[in-house]
Design a protein around this ligand. Sequence first.
Ligand code: CP
Ligand code: NVA
Length: 298
Amino acid sequence: MRHFLTLKDFSKDEILEMIDLAIAIKKEAKAKNYVPYLKDQTLGMIFEKSSTRTRVSFEVGIHQLGGKGLFLSSNDLQLGRGEPMKDTARVISRMVDMVMIRTFAQSTLEEFARYSKVPVISGLSDSYHPVQLMADYLTMVEYNKAKNPIVAYVGDGNNMTHSWLMMASKLGFELRIATPKGYEVDESILADALAFAKQSGAVIKIGNDPKEAISGATVVTTDTWVSMGQESEKAKRVADFQGYMVDEAMMALAHKDAMFLHCLPAYRDYEVSEAVFEAHADEIFDEAENRLHAQKKP
Ligand code: CP
Ligand code: NVA
């Protein structure tokens, strides 16, 4: 039994196979040919944090595959009143065929998986957002940006940055990360990525200068400065991230045909300017739609 908790656990070939599969399944879905690969199977979806894309894409995705999605908010589950995660895992995994969880600590996901009888998929933790990266890479493929890309990530060293680190270091492309001082990526995740990069040939550059990171980049990406769970730090973060907004002047330093990706939700005139966002809206909303396709697997 295989879980999907981080891209760290998958090889380059496995990741690319899943992307090829997503392309094929998307083609079927676009033709309204919903093949019931997962007929009558149930996906439990546990949410300890808010969600628009993750909830809708998993629920619609499992429906299109012939199964059923069960939305389980921790506010309503006994989990919210203190029932341990390991007990929740042992109960729910006896009744459903697979589980998706959005939670805080990565260790919570790992604990659930340890006690689960069925495969567990991460729908985001504080450390990683692997299903988002599958959609992001699929979008790069569709826009012909997946061959020898130079990806620049400007902003907070967070779950998205860590997932970009895993994707780049597994697939072997160049990733430049620019965060403000004090908001760098997790050291142990970076060490893992650098070890994978040695095998794959990926070039990983870490720094604090957004302009240097963006110069000549073919893919530019960012994420919110205030992730879920960090709301009380908002004022300090907004002050510390000044100079890190991806605006038109910043984008002008990238390759002239550079694409811009954002996992959403986007906060205009914080991490990205309204003008850059709207100029790249087609790419961004294709990326959002690709959550639906990239998460499906027969
Ligand atoms: N990008 C993403 O995961 O969005 P949601 O938080 O809306 O699920
Ligand atoms: N870094 C963001 C991603 C949201 C999809 C968060 O964790 O809130």
